[in-house]
Design a protein around this ligand. Structure first.
Ligand SMILES: O=C(O)CCC(=O)C(=O)O
Ligand SMILES: [Fe+2]
Length: 316
């Protein structure tokens, strides 16, 4: 067997070439080695510190909420982004509607469906309505369809509670804006999933949300839990969210997170941004807790089942 090649043999201490090159004074001979050792120690400590800092940074980005990728940054204006994901089996336990029930599943985000001006007008509807009530905890809702409005630890029916005075709060124009926005979102969903918009029906609950950092008082205020809309709400087939305020401008925290094993994806709210997705467990999601400021959004849901459809809000 051929001998293995090794490194050059080390000269024994106190003899050989290395020894011969040493300067005569022992003190000055030790000095460069000492310096080297110090450098080596500093380098090892530096590398350790850099690794710890990198781990800390990674932890702060991916740790608390497990966020690993931003699907839509608040600063970008997205013409449209769509990601297909395999459908869960959740739809099989419900009546299926040919040409509507999801066979193509996924999630989309667009800043081109609703203008920021439209979002501002929708937000002013939410502000007017919610100013009549508001939860004691951090999350208030206003449902213009059913009339549900958070007040303290409960809900009241806006239309019953305020009667004809509601006409002094909302205008025909408000309802028209709301309906137009709903129609545009419906068309965008139909286009993205390759279905006919007329096969989709608005369903309940479709509602405004206003979230701030006040501590929760009841379970209704705990909006941050991971959930599947089809499981939570039953009739939902396609969920959409229209954001009415800007992440990091109006509020902190409060990002929307699609939860996947090892690869969570966030949508950073931006006024006018529409996020939509099939409502089954292929799109498990949650909302981060709002840390400061106020976050407005509207959840607009669609079903394929006409029996679960609801009408646009109107003065009756
Ligand atoms: O406001 C959001 O971003 C999400 C709300 C949500 O998950 C829901 O209404 O089911
Ligand atoms: Fe949800």
């Amino acid at each position: 067997m051929a001998p293995q090649r090794r490194g050059a043999p080390k000269a024994p201490e106190g003899s050989g070439t290395a020894e011969r090159r040493r300067p005569s004074s022992m003190k000055s001979a030790r000095a460069p080695r000492e310096v080297r050792r110090r450098w080596l120690r500093a380098a090892v400590l530096g590398a350790g510190a850099a690794l710890a800092a990198a781990l800390l940074l990674w932890g702060s980005l991916a740790g608390e909420d497990g966020v690993t990728e931003v699907l839509a940054h608040r600063g970008e204006v997205l013409p449209g982004r769509f990601i297909e994901v395999p459908c869960s089996e959740d739809y099989n336990s419900h009546r299926r509607f040919e040409g509507c029930s999801p066979i193509k599943c996924g999630r989309g985000v667009s800043d081109a469906v609703i203008t920021r001006e439209e979002a501002r007008r929708v937000r002013s509807i939410a502000e007017k309505g919610l100013s009549l009530g508001g939860s004691d905890g951090g999350a208030s809702i206003l449902d213009l369809h059913s009339g549900a409005l958070s007040v303290g630890k409960h809900f009241v029916n806006l239309y019953r509670y305020f009667g004809d005075n509601v006409e002094n709060v909302f205008s025909e124009e408000d309802f028209r804006v709301y309906r137009d926005v709903r129609q545009k979102v419906q068309l965008a969903i139909a286009r993205a999933f390759g279905i006919s918009a007329s096969s989709l029906y608005l369903t309940k609950p479709t509602f405004f949300s206003r979230i701030n950092s006040t501590a929760a008082r009841t379970a209704h205020d705990e909006y941050w839990h991971a959930h599947v809309d089809k499981v939570t709400y039953g009739s939902f087939d396609y969920t959409s969210l229209l954001y009415l305020s800007d992440y990091l401008e109006d509020f902190g925290g409060g990002r929307f997170v699609f939860m996947e094993e090892g690869a969570n994806r966030t949508v950073e709210p931006r006024a006018g941004r529409v996020s939509f997705f099939t409502s089954g467990s292929e799109n498990l999601h949650r909302v981060e807790r709002v840390r400061w400021g106020t976050r407005y959004a509207v959840t607009i849901a669609f079903t394929c089942n006409p029996d679960h459809s609801i009408a646009d809000p109107a003065f009756t």
